[in-house]
Design a protein. Structure first.
Length: 69
């Protein structure tokens, strides 16, 4: 679920895999922290609750994922 091949999953990659996950019968997806973080606490020390870490995509990518999922 890594759309750009950088080794880290992202929202676009998740979007691409939604049909596959639905075919498997997946009915819930648990997301780990995706907000920008100084990474002193494995991403749980959030620096901005209104943004998305660019490693995972953009706010628009998140909104599209939520809409489609």
């Amino acid at each position: 679920m890594d759309s750009d091949g950088d080794g880290s999953g992202d929202f676009r990659g998740l979007l691409e895999k939604l049909p596959y996950l639905q075919d498997l019968g997946v009915s819930a997806i648990w997301l780990l922290p995706f907000y920008p973080s100084p990474m002193r606490d494995d991403g749980y020390d959030i620096a901005d609750y209104t943004d998305v870490n660019p490693m995972y995509g953009s706010v628009a990518d998140l909104h599209q994922f939520i809409k489609d999922a």
